[in-house]
Design a protein around this ligand. Structure first.
Ligand code: ZN
Length: 159
């Protein structure tokens, strides 16, 4: 299984990710997104394909030690350290535009890429579908105008 560990900015600015890859975030990223009022998008992502996983303490320690050596530590948040540690645990690629995150990832041997790089930005569309009558809407419609039921979002293939 191949996959990506994502930071908050990757989720914030990113489109969606190739369906053949698993996407993982840490509890810290969830907290940051909630703070940024990204709860709705987060909900959508968690409902579909993003898993929330905590890194091992061993990897966190290792990343912290290396970051101390390189001088990145003071520029890294706890969440930054966690995502690098998680990518290390899982053997996944890290997605972050943060220079210090990219730097420390390289140091500990985690492949890392920024969102500006293409490839990862494969886009697919989302649709909302009524749980009651099945009518489909644009993804941001939460309530059906026919029967008043709640909608749920689903992937609608590639554009
Ligand atoms: Zn309906």
């Amino acid at each position: 299984m191949k996959g990506y560990v994502l930071d908050s900015s990757a989720l914030f600015y990113g489109k969606d990710f190739p369906p053949s890859f698993e996407c993982v975030i840490t509890p810290g990223v969830v907290r940051e997104l909630k703070k940024e009022d990204m709860g709705e998008r987060l909900e959508l992502l968690l409902a579909t394909k993003i898993r929330v996983v905590s890194p091992s303490m061993r990897s966190v320690k290792k990343v912290e030690e290396k970051a101390k050596e390189t001088g990145d530590l003071r520029r890294l948040s706890q969440t930054d350290i966690e995502i690098v540690a998680l990518a290390l645990d899982l053997g996944y690629e890290l997605v972050s535009d943060d220079y210090s995150v990219q730097n420390i990832a390289r140091v500990v041997g985690v492949p890392c890429r920024g969102m500006e790089q293409k490839g990862i930005r494969e886009v697919y569309r989302w649709k909302a579908k009524c749980k009651g009558c099945g009518k489909t809407f644009d993804a941001d419609v939460r309530e059906c105008d026919v029967c008043g039921s709640e909608t749920r979002t689903r992937r609608d293939g590639r554009p």
